[in-house]
Design a protein around this ligand. Structure first.
Ligand code: ADP
Ligand code: MG
Length: 217
């Protein structure tokens, strides 16, 4: 188990990987109340994501400016340095997990990773909707997240209303799944209280440290 901290010129990125078993998939099916086995594709999809739970952090940057906030679903965007460092086994799609801003409280979140087929993006993004009402925007602050598990693949929708309905359904699923003991314990992970989380993110720190590996807990 380790934490890998990487400073780039515009952001700080911390990645921690921990060993993971198959209990997550079993519980996912239990909570959903499935009486049938999940599809082979779903099983192999999650089992192949050896990097989950995946911890990372970076500066919140301007996104695509599509007014997601006005739709009630703002998404905090990570810079390219964070997106480009995603392990290969973390495929595009919708994930749920935990998130915090700076050294604030840890909240449930859903994250979209990919090209967002509805908007036909040409740039891969990681967009986090934190399931919490904030009084103010937090551009420029440090967003720390742990991707806990996968909800679904990316897909396009016939209308904006359908896209919003799908996201709201993802949010409801995330709220339920994250109550599972093996998922809720990640909220308490010391990744969210580590000193780097409250450190200012600046270009100057980037210049002095290119990469460092810190032993995890
Ligand atoms: P952009 O296109 O710049 O990403 P959005 O409309 O998606 O704009 O709004 C995202 C911004 O809204 C975030 O960067 C953050 O500053 C702010 N914000 C406020 N509340 C939330 C929230 N609950 N989850 C994510 N971002 C939020
Ligand atoms: Mg956004």
């Amino acid at each position: 188990m380790y934490i890998n901290i990487l400073f780039s010129h515009s952001s700080v990125l911390a990645v921690k990987t921990v060993p993971v078993g198959t209990a997550r998939l079993t519980s996912l099916c239990r909570v959903r109340g499935h009486s049938v086995a999940p599809s082979k594709a779903a099983v192999s999809g999650i089992q192949n994501m050896k990097s989950l739970p995946y911890f990372c952090r970076g500066e919140v940057v301007q996104g695509f400016g599509r007014g997601s906030k006005e739709l009630g679903i703002p998404t905090a965007n990570f810079p390219d340095s964070v997106v480009d460092n995603l392990p290969a086994d973390i495929s595009t799609g919708i994930y749920y997990g935990w998130a915090c801003i700076g050294n604030g409280d840890v909240h449930k979140m859903v994250m979209s990773i990919g090209w967002n087929p509805y908007y036909k993006n040409t740039k891969k993004s990681m967009e986090t909707h934190i399931i919490h009402k904030f009084k103010e925007d937090f551009y420029g602050q440090t967003l720390s997240v742990v991707l806990v598990s996968y909800i679904r693949s990316e897909k396009s929708f016939p209308s904006l209303e359908d896209l919003i309905a799908a996201i709201n359904s993802d949010i409801e699923e995330a709220k339920v799944q994250l109550e599972l003991p093996e998922h809720s314990q990640l909220k308490e992970d010391n990744f969210f209280t580590s000193t780097t989380n409250s450190s200012p993110v600046s270009s100057s720190s980037a210049a002095s440290t290119s990469q460092s590996i810190i032993n995890g807990h």
